[in-house]
Write a protein that binds this ligand. Structure first.
Ligand SMILES: [Zn+2]
Length: 209
């Protein structure tokens, strides 16, 4: 089974539905009605077990609070303090950010078992302090949020809590993984030999950051 990509408003964030024995949604975007409608095409949203946030930026996470009570919401602990600040930024962009208490506070190193798909949480600060990537070691999939994108691109580091040095360290860590498919937080998915894209991102980040 493959991840189902849902491109969500307001900034075309890639969200991924994993409809395994347990069901997880990685990132949710900022429009609760949109994301529930999109998920409903595949499963009943009530079946969702987890909402896993790669980071707290409003284009990925503003609608997450609406899942409270419906699914367990997981986010890295270093990202949690940013949720309130995100409320303000998203307000400036006309998106309402529903504040929430996470059900699972991640630190990195956890394993989230869904059935056939099992995700390892990797803490990858740089784009934001509590950014995470999720790695499926058997399928060699990487869900990379805004840390690394296809074609040698990588996340910006000029937002609150961002760090060029941390991002390069995170890209170095990711470049050691064997990644077949890359599922980033925006734009193109890479299917096949995605490690090559990550190596390019590291090389270019080292040149420009
Ligand atoms: Zn972001």
């Amino acid at each position: 089974m493959k991840p189902i990509r849902i491109v969500a408003p307001p900034l075309a964030a890639n969200c991924y539905l994993l409809a395994d024995e347990k069901k997880a949604l990685i990132d949710v975007g900022g429009d609760i009605e949109f994301i529930l409608r999109a998920v409903s095409k595949y499963i009943d949203p009530k079946e969702l077990d987890y909402v896993i946030l790669t980071h707290s930026h409003y284009d990925h996470a503003a609608a997450a609070g609406h899942f409270k009570g419906l699914a367990k919401i997981a986010i890295h602990r270093d990202e949690y303090s940013l949720i309130k600040a995100q409320g303000f930024t998203s307000f400036m962009f006309g998106v309402s950010f529903k504040p929430f208490e996470p059900d699972i506070m991640l630190e990195g190193g956890e394993r989230i078992e869904l059935g056939e798909i099992n995700l390892e949480v990797i803490h990858t600060p740089g784009h934001s302090p509590g950014s995470i990537c999720l790695y499926e070691p058997e399928k060699r999939w990487l869900f990379s949020g805004d840390t690394v994108f296809a074609h040698g691109s990588f996340g910006r580091v000029d937002l609150p809590g961002g760090s060029a040095r941390e991002l390069i360290k995170s890209l170095e860590m990711l470049s050691k993984l064997d990644v077949e498919n890359l599922y980033p937080g925006h734009e193109d998915i890479v299917e096949g030999n995605a490690s090559r894209h990550i190596a390019n991102s590291l090389r270019i980040a080292k040149m420009f950051l």
